[in-house]
Design a protein around this ligand. Sequence first.
Ligand SMILES: Nc1ncnc2c1ncn2[C@@H]1O[C@H](COP(=O)(O)OP(=O)(O)OP(=O)(O)O)[C@@H](O)[C@H]1O
Ligand SMILES: [Mg+2]
Length: 304
Amino acid sequence: MPDQLAPEQAQGLVPSPASEVTAVPATFLPGIATPPALTVPPHISAEVHALIEDLPEPLKTAVLAALNTPDGVKITMGNAKGGVMKTTLSVYIALILALTGEPVLLVDADDTNKTCLKWQAAAGEDWPPLVTVVGYTGPAMAKQVTDLMARGFKHLIIDVGPTDKGVLKTAWMLTKRGIVPTQQHVGDVVQLTTTFDLLKEMGERINLFVMLAKSFPKRSSYSNARDYIQGLINGESADHPDGLPSVGLLEGTVPLLEGIADTWGAIPDDFGYFGAVLAEALGVPASVIAERKAAWLHELAEAQ
Ligand SMILES: Nc1ncnc2c1ncn2[C@@H]1O[C@H](COP(=O)(O)OP(=O)(O)OP(=O)(O)O)[C@@H](O)[C@H]1O
Ligand SMILES: [Mg+2]
């Protein structure tokens, strides 16, 4: 477990007490040379091992991929557009990462809304002790996060608000990997160029994964959005004529579901869509995620 936080570092800290896969062609995902192993590493305790074995798919695949991600999972949820599921993704994925049995730092970098902090407060004692939430933004954020991570956190999720572009760049520098959730409406996808312009201003390679959020996968606007985004990545748009070599488009999506909105402030019991998104962002091909889920469902049916 990470060391105790100094009071000044704990500012903004709410103390912790102790699928569906859409059939689309495979997409090249940047920055992932080899998919992570999907086995339980030897250092994992028998207790956590047993819990992982009992997880449903695709959650189990996500947890195994996280356990086998060198140096831990580090992801920024960011998009210059508001209301696109950044916070919901941040909280769900931080909660999934806690299933590794390893400590997770969830940085609420949206000091206007502070939604992760509010979510944790609303969840009260149900919030898992392994997920520490801190509120950091501004110039000191990079040092604050780096210092905290050095205290023993394994995984890092940063939730960035829609307005502060400097904070988004700092978060990307810290995690080197990001998920960019976007809705499928034309008005949303055309705004992705604002986020990609920021990426191009950075001197460093940041691997970003665009994900269609609050989606309606059966509508034509869904495939139109995918085509548009893939075109941006491939350099078919005048906005980014050189393409976006460090950007990929996830096959996994999280549909618009009232049940997901209703989990705000609570610990959800269904991580299905989110497990698939995390596993894919860690380099597990969508086809493998789908196969593993089908095999698990088959086993369940056989056992009944
Ligand atoms: N899959 C979903 N289906 C339906 N509603 C959702 C879904 N995901 C999130 N919501 C709801 O949509 C709203 C916006 O989600 P969220 O707060 O995660 O977005 P955000 O990108 O963090 O917004 P902001 O830019 O304001 O920080 C919330 O009310 C949330 O509960
Ligand atoms: Mg938010």
